[in-house]
Design a protein around this ligand. Structure first.
Ligand SMILES: [Zn+2]
Length: 522
């Protein structure tokens, strides 16, 4: 028998398929799982006794804003410490490759709220040029997705209208280039510029192209613009017309989405993902402004805000919308901005301290905090509403876990350091909504299968050795709304491609991440 690089002995192996755990030894060699079973007498460079611990595939996160953090800008290990070994790129359609310099920089600035400052030159002429950033520089694997924002911007600039035939053809060409480069599908953020202006038929045409490659249409649906029900109906319609695999980002089950999920069951092939917290996180105050104000991205928005009449229209809109939000029980907490002012306070508290109306404060922050302010947006509803959402969502058969984590700034949403660990603590151990095997499946085998990642997401012979060893009795998130940077507990060892990236709960500094294309790397 070969000498293994590592043997993990006596672990309770959860293989990622949802099948019951079984006690086994796992042998790792050359970045792969070489054997699962009884390996008595086998030799290895390292033998780890894991009695009482669970060993499962590395978690696969299909919606996470981690690209810059993985490259060393921001909270690089917040997800890895939980066991997330594979991250999808281009969440919400954000990406910058293939654009002329000025448009790339415009879009970079507009999406900066997710990534924070870096010293990168935003100059990636092709998908391959962008993806080449990661090998040798990232502790985790990255899975490419085609970024809709950049695709539309490259074809027609910020134009606030449907594409012409030629512009649609240009979008299809760029999407094909991404699919050829290994993208698992098209990623969209339909509440963001310039994607907000793409009409349903245009999206269906692009979904068809992704579908030709077996790819997935993975969208932040048009919640803010159409309302949640309208956004779900549009997505189902696109799925029906295109016949492609549909996936809805950062969603949850409640009385609005429940009947729509039933409708989707009949009409198209659809899955969704959830992080199971009662709050989102996005740019402020852009997300509360009407589409006309945001048209052209953040630089155009700030130019527009210099015009007194437009400035007044926006401020009045914000005064009204933000007051309605607070009255309904929602709240927005300032997560990150340029100056660090008011971080951790609600917008309401910050405006009061500044002696301004909500709209005045919001408009001033557009200028003073440029290029961005990030907030955590708590939805209305008390603990009972939240408990019910978790109950309905966690066990839904179409649901998988994805964090939507944002990894920069002093006060991010706690999902960044806690999402996956929280599911294991809350949904499995405390509330018994899922078995450990089911929860692991929703973080590993299910996303791998849905997005077509071969030889990932399972503990089985020949699979890449992306592995997580944790204590099922103590695994837990520690990040909270007030202390969002607290590291998770109970995750002891994490391997990416057979290399240890987390040992005894601490990063090793190894950077073994690879680009994982559709179909998986050889
Ligand atoms: Zn989103």
């Amino acid at each position: 028998m070969a000498v293994f690089d590592l043997i993990i002995r006596n672990a309770s192996v959860i293989d990622g398929t949802g099948a019951p755990a079984r006690n086994a030894d796992v042998g790792v060699l050359g970045g792969r799982v070489e054997a699962v079973g009884a390996l008595d007498g086998a030799e290895a460079l390292e033998i780890l006794d894991a009695a009482g611990k669970a060993l499962c595939p590395g978690f696969i996160d299909a919606h996470v804003h981690s690209e810059m953090a993985l490259l060393g800008y921001g909270h690089r290990y917040g997800s890895l410490l939980q066991g997330v070994t594979t991250h999808f790129t281009a969440p919400d359609g954000f990406g910058w490759a293939g654009l002329p310099k000025e448009l790339a920089e415009d879009l970079w600035e507009t999406t900066l709220f997710c990534y924070g400052e870096t010293d990168l030159r935003v100059d990636w002429p092709t998908p391959e040029a962008y993806l080449s950033l990661f090998p040798g520089r990232s502790p985790a694997n990255v899975v490419p997705q085609a970024p809709h924002c950049a695709i539309r911007l490259g074809a027609m600039g910020w134009a606030p209208r449907p594409a012409t035939r030629a512009e649609l053809d240009a979008q299809k060409d760029t999407l094909r280039a991404w699919m050829e480069a290994g993208a698992v599908g098209l990623s969209l953020g339909l509440d963001y510029q310039p994607s907000a202006y793409a009409p349903t038929y245009e999206l269906a045409e692009l979904a068809k192209v992704a579908g030709e490659y077996g790819g997935t249409y993975n969208a932040h649906i048009r919640n803010n613009i159409l309302g949640r029900e309208g956004a779900w109906r549009e997505t189902i319609e696109i799925g029906k017309r295109a016949g492609a695999k549909m996936h809805v980002a950062h969603e949850y089950v409640n009385e609005v989405s429940e009947p729509l999920l039933e409708l989707a069951e009949q009409e198209c092939d659809l899955t969704f993902e959830s992080y199971l917290y009662p709050a989102g996180s996005t740019h402020f105050p852009q997300y509360s402004l009407p589409t006309w104000a945001q048209q052209g991205g953040d630089r155009a928005l700030r130019e527009r805000a210099k015009d007194p009449a437009q400035q007044r229209r926006m401020r009045e809109h914000l005064d009204r919308v933000l007051a309605e939000n607070y009255a309904a029980g929602a709240k927005q907490v300032i997560s990150a901005n340029r100056t660090g002012s008011y971080v951790g306070m609600t917008v309401e508290e910050a405006a009061a301290e500044a002696g301004e109306s909500l709209g005045e404060f919001a408009m001033r922050s557009l200028v003073d905090e440029a290029p961005y302010t990030l907030t955590v947006n708590h939805r209305p509803g008390g603990p009972e509403v939240h408990d019910e959402m978790v109950r309905k969502t966690a066990a839904h058969p179409k649901m998988m876990v994805a964090s939507d984590g944002i990894y920069h700034g002093p006060h991010p949403h706690p999902r960044a350091f806690g999402c996956h660990a929280r599911v294991l603590r809350l949904a499995v151990r405390e509330r018994g909504l899922l078995t450990l095997e089911q929860a692991v499946h929703k973080m590993t085998g299910k996303p791998a299968e849905r997005f077509g990642l071969a030889r990932r997401g399972r503990v089985a012979r020949g699979y890449h050795a992306d592995l997580v060893l944790f204590d099922p009795a103590t695994v837990a998130d520690r990040s909270t709304w007030d202390e969002p940077l607290l590291e998770p507990a109970g995750v002891e060892r994490v391997l990416v491609n057979g290399v240890t990236v987390v040992e005894r709960g601490k990063p090793t500094g190894a950077l073994p991440g690879q680009v994982v294309p559709r179909g998986g790397s050889a």
